[in-house]
Design a protein around this ligand. Structure first.
Ligand SMILES: [Zn+2]
Length: 247
């Protein structure tokens, strides 16, 4: 018989039990992972019904008070998007921990769609509303074995918030630091109000009292800068006159 087997036969002494007490039993997690269902021992029933009948205990740690709240997060990709709804019965600590996780996720991934941009705003409002419901609960008690989720960093110190606020701020900074558009040379500006005659593809300046095909109404730095009703005509310096052919 080797050493290992001898040791296995030694019964733990009372003294040893004092040194390393057996861990207290953890409360059973009776809710489904999405928080919508509750296992009552024989069958799954709707979590709402449980909470209505009995002000719940936290589905994560078993502490009370707890309440049913909803968190949403959005994953958006241009025209596609996935909205995840998580309903659950949470104590204040576990709920705030979940809130911070879902908010960070939706602030990070929810902005990148056309329709889901607005769905994301709705998700953020839902999460903030749930947070305010959770903050009205007292601190989790009544469960000595309860180990609530770690709160983690506040939302405003997480990447989602920094991206949601930082990116628009960066765009604004870039826009206001861009140089103003260069004004058109005086010679070009003097053309506004003059009339032009077209021969072939070339436009030439003519007196407005004489026969003309149009009037210069504005200037543009490229041919797409004129409105759709105006005809662009390139000048020698690369700018364009926009000619209104109805005048
Ligand atoms: Zn909890």
């Amino acid at each position: 018989m080797d050493d290992k087997e001898v040791r296995a036969d030694i019964q733990p002494s009372a003294a040893k039990a004092d040194i390393a007490p057996a861990p207290l039993p953890k409360p059973p997690v009776q809710y489904s992972p999405d928080g919508r269902w509750f296992w009552n021992g024989t069958k799954w029933i709707l979590a709402e019904a449980v909470v209505a009948a009995n002000p719940g205990t936290c589905m994560v740690c078993g502490a009370a008070p707890a309440r049913l709240v909803t968190f949403r997060s959005v994953l958006a990709f241009v025209v596609f998007g996935i909205t995840t709804t998580k309903r659950g019965v949470y104590c204040r600590n576990c709920g705030i921990s979940e809130f911070r996780m879902q908010m960070n996720r939706t602030l990070l991934l929810g902005w990148w769609g056309i329709i889901h941009f607005f769905v994301n705003i709705f998700a953020i409002i839902t999460n903030l509303d749930s947070r305010s419901l959770l903050m009205r609960l007292g601190p989790p008690t009544n469960a000595p074995s309860a180990t609530p989720l770690a709160l983690g960093r506040p939302v405003f110190l997480r990447p989602g918030f920094l991206l949601s606020v930082g990116l628009p701020a960066l765009v604004v900074i870039i826009l206001i630091s861009l140089p103003p558009p260069k004004p058109f040379p005086a010679a070009d500006q003097a053309l506004i109000g003059t009339c032009a005659q077209k021969s072939g593809t070339q436009w030439s300046a003519v007196d407005c009292s004489a026969n003309h095909n149009g009037k210069v109404v504005s200037l543009a730095s490229d041919s797409s800068g004129c409105s759709s009703q105006e005809t662009p005509a390139k000048l020698d310096d690369g700018n364009y006159t926009c000619i209104d052919t109805s005048q």
